[in-house]
Design a protein around this ligand. Structure first.
Ligand code: NAD
Ligand code: DAU
Length: 333
């Protein structure tokens, strides 16, 4: 079985490739990635000599690149490739529209032409917008509030339309926030851990009371595996964990785990259009036999340990281009 993983050099894509190679002996994994700032082949250094693994550099929004990668005749395509950081989408939305909308379209067109067994669209709870109480189900309407979530929603709508119109074998998945190793240190958890390791303060947006739900990498990879093997074509599955927490509580947990005082919190201006809360009902996925194993404390402990042990992985990422971006983000705060 050949599995094409797009965006496999990113955070969750590389975790998923590790998971596949560990879980299945008889698998061929093709990693197709543009290597943007978020793509890092260091994440896969340990498997690069594995004969079951190969890497092809390319852009999911480029027809020629996509045509080339489909010569590998994938049985399954899992589309992790995306621009993913909300703050970057606020500064400059274009790359998000190109990759998350046009890229999804280009992959769907290639599947229309070449065929594949299943196309799994990796998407987010953010397409549903913000919810103060209760949970979003798979039937909730899309009400995206950022250029990132609007672009992801565009890609997801195309998936639905290609299934309805052409019978393209699509499954769309919406997940809560990821936590775990190899996450680029711009997202809140790795940013805060690495800032504290560098003796810097942690910038908490607004009142710090926005709520997010977190799922650990291993649990998430098992969820995608469950959907890949047991999910029904044309269906949508939410992936959640129940691990909900405000940003302030999360920050306090990180500070305590790193034996640092709350003086290290710096309240900064709020993110534009900042969604208050996300929360997913994942009972449909539970019916396929999946459930998460990590609670937030265990996930956080494992993640902090990983960043402490892998300073040489994240240190170079917090310089140069990253600092430039960070400066722009906070220039008026
Ligand atoms: P990431 O930002 O760490 O990595 C994205 C990867 O995609 C990088 O390797 C990058 O080089 C690659 N890429 C970007 N544009 C590309 C293009 N045009 N062609 C080919 N490759 C390209 O991503 P992540 O945080 O691991 O997220 C992976 C997926 O999961 C995304 O689709 C995201 O929307 C979704 N998601 C993320 C989270 C989260 O908390 N991070 C939660 C729910 C869903
Ligand atoms: O919900 C799923 C989404 O989770 C994914 O689709 C996105 O790709 C992923 O980036 C993530 O989006 P969030 O905006 O929720 O994640 P982020 O880590 O950027 O922020 C989490 C919360 O922390 C959010 O309420 C904003 C806040 N925050 C973030 C940063 C970077 C801060 O308070 N300070 C910060 O410096």
């Amino acid at each position: 079985m050949t599995i094409l993983v797009t965006g496999g050099a990113g955070f969750m894509g590389s975790n998923f490739i590790h998971y596949l190679l560990k879980t299945y002996q008889d698998v061929r994994v093709v990693n197709f990635d543009k290597l943007t700032y978020a793509g890092n082949l260091e994440n896969l250094r340990d498997v690069e000599r594995d004969k079951r693994y190969s890497f092809i550099k390319g852009d999911i929004a480029n027809e020629g690149d996509v045509e080339r990668v489909f010569q590998t005749k994938p049985d399954v395509v899992v589309n992790f490739a995306a621009e993913t950081h909300v703050d970057r989408s606020i500064l400059d939305p274009k790359a998000f529209i190109m990759t998350d909308v046009l890229g999804s379209y280009t992959l769907l067109e290639a599947i229309k032409k070449h065929g594949t067994g299943k196309f799994i669209q990796i998407s987010t709870d953010e397409v549903f917008g913000s919810i103060e109480k209760g949970k979003f189900t798979e039937e909730s309407p899309f009400e995206p509030n950022s250029p990132y979530s609007a672009s992801k929603a565009g890609g997801d709508h195309l998936c639905r339309a290609y299934f309805r119109t052409y019978g393209t074998p699509v499954i769309v998945t919406h997940s809560v926030n990821f936590i775990g190793p190899y996450q680029y240190p711009e997202k809140v958890i790795p940013l805060f851990i690495t800032n504290l390791m560098e003796g810097k303060k942690v910038p908490l947006y607004g009142d710090g009371l926005n709520v997010r739900e977190y799922i650990y990498t291993e649990d998430y990879c098992r969820a995608i595996d469950t959907i890949m093997t047991k999910g029904e074509i044309g269906e949508v599955y939410n992936i959640g964990s129940g691990n909900e927490i405000t940003n302030l509580e999360l920050t306090k947990k990180i500070l305590a785990a790193m034996s640092t005082s709350e003086d290290m919190i710096e309240y900064v201006k709020d993110r534009l259009g900042h969604d208050r809360r996300y929360s997913l009902d994942w009972s449909k996925l539970a019916k396929l036999g999946w459930k998460p194993e990590y609670d937030l404390d265990r996930a956080l402990e494992a993640t902090i340990e990983w960043y402490k042990a892998n300073e040489s992985w994240w240190k170079p990422l917090k310089s140069g281009e990253y600092l430039e971006y960070y400066k722009k983000q906070y220039q008026n705060s």
